[in-house]
Design a protein around this ligand. Sequence first.
Ligand code: TYM
Length: 330
Amino acid sequence: MENKKVIFSGIQPSGSLTLGNYLGAIKNWVKLQEEYDCYFCVVDLHAITVRQEPKDLRKNTLEVLAIYLASGIDTDKNTLFIQSHVSAHSEAAWLLDCFSYVGELSRMTQYKDKSQKQGDSIPAGLFTYPVLMASDILLYQTDLVPVGKDQMQHLELTRNIAERFNNLYSPTFKVPEPYIAKEGAKIMDLQDPTKKMSKSSENPNSYILIMDPPEVIRKKLSRAVTDSVGIVNYTDDQPGVKNLIDIICCIKGISTEEVVSQYANKGYADLKKDVAEIIVEELFPIQEKVKELLNNKAYLEEVYKKGAEKANYISRKTLRKMQKKIGFIQ
Ligand code: TYM
């Protein structure tokens, strides 16, 4: 147990989770959980960088936790917790804010995209958010961070902040590596396959939610944008079809070549229908389990309380080290 390398990852409870969150993050976590000492967090502090309805935030936070469990994360072997229950995250974020530069934060593409939607009132938290993410990761002396491709820039920043602090004082943080799986790293929008699938899209046909009922999944897939080539190829020139192939590969664990050869004599209608069934088959058992878990609030509470206890203990150790090195009286 002690010698295992450490994994940290998290998902924002800022709405219902998508198939992108599942294939880009959670499905890989399930695969990695035996080999690593894992911390999987519901990052509610991150979610409030954009306005949240309090009752929705409460509901979504528990739903994300239930999805982690229903997807197969084992609570005996991993630490599952809610970020706001572990105050070291907020405290470390302030400290690291003072070691991060406005210039580097201004270059974050996610900030540029999200701030554009906020008009004149851009919350400062949206700007400093990557520093909170760095704190999440660095507090646990994390070796590996399994995420989708969109988080790569934030991870590079985390590494820079860690190295800066280590060089300024003395080694304090482990410098983490990203883990981005080949398949599922970037699941695309079903209506505009040049964009990442995201829960913030205005058109619900753009995304599949983990909790979408089977008939909704089938309908959304039947409307997925493809192209006029009419042949199932895995190429950047056919981004819609490529995305559907990626989804199959990721869920089934098969290669793109295998999928392409299976559809040599078939059209897009068959492909879309099959993708819908493959997704339904994967998600339906998870959905049933999530519903069951959400009816058992006492169990969820037991899980997140136990997780917070361990996370508090571990994160405090790093926080104290930081405080001492900075020069705070202890
Ligand atoms: P978030 O909540 O936007 O997304 C959670 C995870 O899902 C992945 N993801 C995708 N992967 C593939 N295709 C997609 N279309 C897709 N959409 C989302 C994301 O890459 C991510 O892995 N800042 C993070 C949350 C965070 C975090 C952390 C992650 C906070 N602290 C510490 C790792 C470590 C975020 O907003 O992810």
